[in-house]
Structure formats: structure tokens, C-alpha cells
Design a protein around this ligand. Structure first.
Ligand code: UD1
Ligand code: MG
Length: 460
């Protein structure tokens, strides 16, 4: 069967006055991504020919934020209502197709909820997403006669009797595009708000003998919109609860499903455990049996099977091998590539470095632009001095080396396999394999030296 092609219009021109922000409402982040990006992601699941974003408030901020995505943009320079907004998209719509209208500030609608609307439009009808609410105040009301939808009345235009109707318009609808263009062309703005209401097309469709087929979302949160910071915070919690539920269903152990934040994609193996207060950003992959301690932040990180991340660790752009132990209080920065069975302890920072199997650095170190050999031990307080004030240089440490505590390795420099560096050294020349190298003032004992005593202040 050949369905008419689908175009999707996303309304995103509004200012969102109640957000009290300079940022256009649809760009406020939910789970780390702009609200409108959630809508676009759902739209992409619908196999649309074209996705057209109607923008307005904030100038080019919306198109700029979405640059790089395959989208069409239509400018609605002044916001004269939802019908006027869809009109701006008309030049981009294929008249042989159907159009689905979504709202840029309604981020959590499921794709499956939208499919019946599209199917209705593709069979020549109008699909409308409605919902019965305990408190319908503020919404457009669905007016039915003999059970059939005949029109929508906006709250501000509704009579007392109509305000008693609890079935409301979610705003989301789908219709054959040629019909839609015709109806939009006939809209007037003689109403309480002086706006061109998209909702007025319902009565026009009925007058044209088109069936209005109302369907409903499974959950109310699917059609909740964001108008204020309070609603944004509420939706964030709902979304995070849903994501936590998915992780639990997948078999992940969460110490508290209400205390995890996923702002991106979290992919977990079997028997992963996550303690409270962790934040996952970008794409994070956790292998089988990985355990994440409390209050860790992981962004664009891969953690291989069996590794433990202890409390308060901050890991960004790192790749961590199997059966390793990281933290508490470790910081891994982009380009930290750790092999298996590596130990990184408290207050150790690693950036752009390769650390080979079984190496240990347990306390107070900075390892940057370095290579650390297998089974090498980096003593407490060791610093790779990678920056000369202008350029970065590399430190290469061989296998099974031992770097004494509080050493400064001034790059470019290399330490051979099995080399030992005496504690407190400043190493500026290559240290040969297998030998002890050190650079430090020799220890003296001054026989008979006395500590100065505190002078007594004579009272005058
Ligand atoms: C709209 C519906 C109402 C429905 C409610 C659901 C109309 C006339 N009313 O009312 O039936 O119950 O949504 O939340 O459609 N927008 C533009 N350009 C404009 C006006 C709005 O892009 O000129 C965008 C807004 O940014 C927003 C969406 O359209 O994302 C809805 O606009 P809003 O003003 O919130 O409509 P409501 O009055 O809530
Ligand atoms: Mg609204």
C-alpha cells in the first residue's frame, strides 16, 4: 500500500514569557538536550519526508542551535497564533501528503501515540490527540455532538457550559496537507485573543464532511507542555523516572531510582550497579559487573567489565579497561586511555595519556600527555610537567618502572623499563632502563644545631 508522504511541522516560535529567560523556550534543556530536540527525535521515528520547524522568538537562535540536523525552517516573525504559525510552514509542505503538527515545548510524546493520527490523515480524515483531564482549565475544549467531535473552543472563548467539558485538545493533530492549506487560508482572528487559531480547522473539517478521529495518549505526561521553570523541573523528574525505570527493567541495580540523572545515552551490560547521585552525560557505556559509587559524573566514557568507580569521581572522554579501580576522587579527562587492572586513586588527574595494564597511581598525581608502562607504580604526588608555558610535551614511562613520591618529570622526557626514580626528584633528562635515577639535594646533619627559642617580651 502506498501511503501519502508525511511532513511534520514543529511549532517553536513562542517566547515562553513565563520562563523568564532570554533563551527561547524550546531551547531550554530537558535531560541535557533542548526541549525541541526531544520532539525532533520523536519526529524522526515517524519516517517523515520533511520536518519543518517554525521559529520566531530569539531570532536565529533556534536554527543555530539545531544546525547540522536535517531540518527545514520557516520563520514566523510575529506570533499571531498557532494557525498563523502552521501557515508559515505551508510552502514547505507537499500538497499530496499529510501533515502532523507537533509542539516544540511538548517533549515527551511517544511515537506510538502519534501513529493513529497519521493513519487517520493518510486515510483522508483528521487525526486529533485529545485527553480527559480532571482540571481542564486553560485548554481548548473538545465539543462533541452525538459522540462525534464537531469543534474546539478555546478556554478564553468558551461558554460556562463548554468550560465544563473535561476532554481537552493537546494541540497535536494530523490532516491531509491540501485540506490543511485550504482551511488555514480561511482562518479568521475574531476571538478573545485576536489570534489565528489552528483549532478552528476542526469545525471546517466537519463542515467539509471530514471525520475527526480523536485518539488519546497512554500517559498524561506525554502531552504535558513546558510554560514555566516549575513545569520544566516537573517534566525533568518524570523523564528521569521513566529512564530509571528502563534501566531497572534492563537489570541495572539502582540504589535509588529517584537519584540518578541520565542526560544522554547510558548503555549498560549485565549486573551493573549504580549508587545514588550519579550524573551520566553524552554517551556512556558500562560493561558487565561495573559498579559506580555515589556522586560520580561520567560524560562520554566507556568503562569495561568488572571495573569499580568509587565515590566522587569525575570522568570525561575516558576509556577505562577491565577490572580496574578508579577513585574515590579521581579525575579522568579526555584522551585518558586506561588498559585493564589499572588503579587510579584519590586526587589523581589523567589527561590525554595511555596507561598500560596493571599500572598504579594511587594518590595526588597529574599525568598529562604521557604514556605509563605496564605494572609501573607512580608514587604519591608525581607530576608530569607537560607544559612549558607555550607548548605541550610528552612523558614516556616504560614498563615496571617505579617513580618515587613527589617527583616532577619535566617533559619531554622518558623513563626506561624497570627504572626507579628516587623520591622528590626533578627529572629533566631521560632516565635509563633498570637504573636508579634521582636528583635531589643531599641530606646533611648539622651536629649540635639548636632550634631558635621564642624571645620573652619584657613587661615594661
Ligand atoms: C493551544 C491550543 C489549545 C490546546 C493547548 C494545549 C490553539 C489555538 N490552542 O493553546 O487548544 O489545549 O495548545 O497546550 O491552538 N506558537 C507559535 N506561534 C504562535 C503561537 C504559538 O509557534 O504564533 C507555538 C508556541 O510556541 C507553543 C505552541 O505553539 O509551542 C502552542 O502555543 P500556545 O500559545 O501555548 O497555545 P495555547 O494557548 O496553550
Ligand atoms: Mg500553551
Amino acid at each position: 500500500m502506498n501511503h501519502p508522504a508525511l511532513d511534520i511541522v514543529i511549532l517553536a516560535a513562542g517566547k515562553g514569557t513565563r520562563m523568564r529567560s532570554e533563551l527561547p523556550k524550546v531551547l531550554h534543556p530537558l535531560a541535557g538536550r533542548p526541549l525541541v530536540s526531544h520532539v525532533i527525535r520523536t519526529a524522526r521515528e515517524m519516517d517523515a519526508r520533511r520536518i519543518c520547524v517554525v521559529y520566531g522568538f530569539g531570532g536565529d537562535a533556534v536554527p543555530q542551535a539545531l544546525a547540522g540536523e536535517k531540518l527545514t525552517f520557516a520563520l514566523q516573525a510575529e506570533q499571531h497564533g498557532t494557525g498563523h504559525a502552521v501557515q508559515q510552514a505551508l510552502p514547505h509542505l507537499d500538497k499530496d501528503g499529510v501533515t502532523l503538527v507537533l509542539y516544540g515545548d511538548v517533549p515527551l510524546t511517544r511515537a506510538d501515540t502519534l501513529r493513529p493520527l497519521i493513519a487517520a490523515a493518510q486515510s483522508g480524515n483528521l487525526g486529533l490527540l485529545t485527553m480527559v483531564l480532571a482540571d481542564p482549565a486553560g485548554y481548548g475544549r473538545i465539543v462533541r455532538e452525538h459522540g462525534r467531535v464537531v469543534k474546539i473552543v478555546e478556554h478564553k472563548d468558551a461558554t460556562e457550559a463548554e468550560r465544563g467539558i473535561r476532554e481537552v485538545n493537546t494541540g497535536i493533530l494530523a490532516a491531509p496537507s491540501a485540506r490543511l492549506a485550504d482551511w488555514l487560508g480561511r482562518l479568521g482572528n475574531h476571538n478573545a485573543q485576536g489570534e489565528y487559531y489552528l483549532t478552528d480547522i476542526i469545525a471546517m473539517a466537519v463542515a467539509d464532511g471530514i471525520d475527526v478521529l480523536a485518539s488519546h495518549p497512554n500517559d498524561e505526561w506525554e502531552v504535558l507542555g513546558v510554560n514555566s521553570k516549575a513545569q520544566l523541573a516537573e517534566l525533568e523528574r518524570i523523564h528521569q523516572r521513566n529512564l530509571a525505570r528502563e534501566l531497572l527493567d534492563h537489570g541495572v541495580t539502582l540504589a535509588d531510582p529517584a537519584r540518578i540523572d541520565v542526560r544522554g545515552e547510558l548503555v549498560c551490560g549485565r549486573d551493573v550497579g549504580i549508587d545514588v547521585g550519579c550524573v551520566f552525560e553524552g554517551r556512556v557505556e558500562l560493561g558487565d559487573n561495573v559498579a559506580i559509587g555515589p556522586y560520580c559524573v561520567l560524560r562520554d566514557v566507556r568503562v569495561a567489565a568488572g571495573t569499580k568507580i568509587e565515590a566522587f569521581s569525575h570522568l570525561v572522554g575516558a576509556d577505562i579497561g577491565e577490572d580496574s579501580s578508579i577513585g574515590p576522587y579521581s579525575r579522568l579527562r579526555p584522551g585518558a586511555r586506561l588498559a585493564r587492572e589499572v588503579h587510579v586513586g584519590n586526587f589523581v588527574e589523567i589527561k590525554n595519556s595511555v596507561v598500560k595494564e596493571g599500572a598504579k597511581m594511587n594518590h595526588l598525581s597529574y599525568i598529562g600527555d604521557a604514556e605509563v608502562g605496564a605494572k609501573t607504580n607512580i608514587g604519591a604526588g608525581t607530576i608530569t610537567c607537560n607544559y612549558d608555558g607555550a607548548n605541550k610535551h610528552k612523558t614516556v614511562i616504560g614498563d615496571n618502572a617505579f617513580i618515587g613520591s613527589n617527583s616532577a618529570l619535566v617533559a619531554p622526557v622518558s623513563i626506561g623499563d624497570n627504572a626507579t626514580i628516587g623520591a622528590g626528584s626533578v627529572i629533566v633528562k631521560d632516565a635509563p632502563a633498570g637504573e636508579l635515577s634521582l636528583s635531589r639535594a643531599r641530606q646533611l646533619t648539622i651536629a649540635g644545631w639548636k632550634r631558635p627559642a621564642k624571645k620573652l617580651r619584657r613587661e615594661e
